[in-house]
Design a protein around this ligand. Structure first.
Ligand SMILES: [Zn+2]
Length: 488
């Protein structure tokens, strides 16, 4: 399945300006979705709102009543993309015959830059007040292709007929969906939708229209722009929170899992402002799910995974599950233990003891969605620190990776960086094992070539690692030497 989740990126591509239209029929609770071609690199196969990139030819001259020039241009792009992808032309001033509209659509598909001229010639204009701005989203930093998308809500009296064409088969289907039915289809794995689409649908499904608009315009826990939040599968929420972790990571993925009963995994927020944001965001997720926080799970108790555990446990009166050796716990985790959460179907988290990075490290496998939450077993991108001074054990780490690589998750979420789809997770475990074995061979080779002190081995076996990282590499080296039964 093509998805940006398959990619690894630490650079953070510059987001491209984009715009989309949410056509909504309030009395039917239905809205218009287009299905993106499976072959597309960005969100291939996903159901989305009609929309696309804002181009320099979207000047906004045919918009009346826009707040400013930028909004006029963005709105023009949204209306143009809707027309190209579905044949629906949301303009005022005159009525085009169906033939003329079809002919114009083909012309605009071939050269989108004629759209505004076409509107001018036909005496058509876009009425800004009919399009309500309902939120701006930025694709997460780890995606290779990123968009900064403005969503506009257009309330229609009844569903408009729509037909897909799009650029070179970009759109393969169009359809009106009841919001609740679309969410069910997604929950049952029949269709896929990106986080912003799910987010909008949830609010339109649960709240009266005026409240939903208000909530989309000012989402608790966010300022004007929504970012750093994804729900890559039904009921699997990832909130990357700023944490004191090792570079290149700067955030820990705090996870919220479930439907009516939810579990939170690795709350590592230790900054007051970030906590305030997180609190409101968490409440909003729980409210939309109609759910309650029932369990707090720790993969391990390093501060970047557990800093806010006490606060959260008190606030929600929820028990903390962690390994026996972790301080902050109410219930000690054991290998193979299951944690059940109500839902339809019920959710079930299997706990897998995966020592190595930390002696009490656990991975969690959610069986209803086949999601593996692997904590600090891998980082995407980055290296996991195995430090013997803090209980790190290289041999145990490699065994744990080997054990996880036998699983077949649909989604693997590391504690730091981008989630991985399907085989990409187990593949990264196997690559990590291979990388560690390669390092072991280089250490053996350095010793064979005469290196006799830790510093000499480090310089030879880690000559591909920047000098600035050598203090960290020294600890990895010590972990390898212990595992290899070499006494220095
Ligand atoms: Zn850790």
């Amino acid at each position: 399945m093509a998805s940006w989740l398959n990619y690894n990126s630490d650079g953070g591509a510059t987001p491209k300006k984009a715009a989309a239209v949410i056509m909504f029929v309030e009395n039917a609770g239905s809205l218009l979705l287009v299905r993106r071609n499976q072959a597309l690199a960005f969100m291939g196969g996903h159901h989305a709102f009609p929309g696309g990139s804002v181009s320099e030819y979207d000047t906004g001259v045919r918009v009346r009543g826009a707040a400013d020039a930028e909004q006029a241009g963005t709105l023009t792009a949204a209306v143009r993309e809707l027309f190209e992808e579905t044949g629906i032309l949301l303009v005022e001033g005159a009525v085009l015959s169906d033939e003329k509209k079809a002919e114009t659509r083909v012309a605009v598909l071939n050269s989108p830059d004629i759209f505004e001229d076409m509107l001018a010639e036909a005496g058509l204009y876009i009425e800004a007040e009919k399009f309500i701005p309902v939120g701006r989203w930025i694709t997460p930093t780890f995606a290779p292709m990123r968009f900064d998308t403005q969503y506009f809500l257009y309330c229609a009296g009844e569903p408009f007929p729509a037909s897909p064409i799009g650029h070179e088969g970009e759109i393969t289907e169009t359809g009106w969906f009841n919001t609740c039915e679309a969410l069910d289809l997604r929950a049952n794995g029949v269709i896929q939708m990106s986080t912003p689409v799910v987010f909008v649908l949830r609010r339109l499904a649960v709240l009266p229209l005026d409240k939903a608009i208000e909530r989309l315009q000012h989402t608790p826990g966010f300022s004007d722009i929504i970012h750093d939040y994804i729900e890559p599968a039904h009921g699997i929420h990832i909130v990357p929170v700023p944490s004191r972790t090792l570079p290149p990571a700067s955030h820990t993925n705090c996870m919220l899992v479930g439907e009516s009963e939810l579990a939170i995994i690795d709350p590592g927020i230790d900054d007051a402002a970030a906590w305030t944001r997180f609190e409101s965001h968490l409440d909003e997720i729980l409210e939309m799910a109609g759910g309650k926080l029932c369990a707090i799970l720790l993969t391990h108790d390093h501060p970047d995974h557990s800093a806010s555990v006490h606060r959260l446990a008190r606030r929600h009166d929820a028990p903390v599950y962690a390994h026996q050796c972790c301080q902050e716990k109410d219930i000690a985790l054991e290998d193979g233990m299951g944690i059940a959460l109500s839902g339809a179907p019920p959710w079930h988290i299997r706990c897998i003891h995966t020592p190595g990075h930390h002696p009490g490290h656990f991975a969690f496998y959610e069986e209803a969605t086949d999601t593996l939450i692997c904590g600090d077993m891998v980082s995407n991108p980055g290296t996991i620190m195995i430090d013997p001074e803090t209980g790190g054990d290289m041999g145990a780490y490699l065994d744990s990776l080997d054990r996880l690589s036998a699983l077949k998750p649909k989604l693997t979420v590391p504690a730091h960086g981008a989630p991985l789809m399907f085989d990409a997770g187990p593949d990264l475990f196997r690559k990590t094992i291979a990388h560690r074995r390669m390092r072991e061979a280089r250490i053996r080779d350095a010793i064979g070539r005469g290196a006799s002190t830790l510093e000499e081995i480090l310089d030879m076996a880690y000559d591909d690692t920047p000098k600035s990282l050598h203090p960290l590499a020294l600890r990895q080296l010590q972990a390898h030497l212990i595992d290899m039964n070499i006494d220095m």
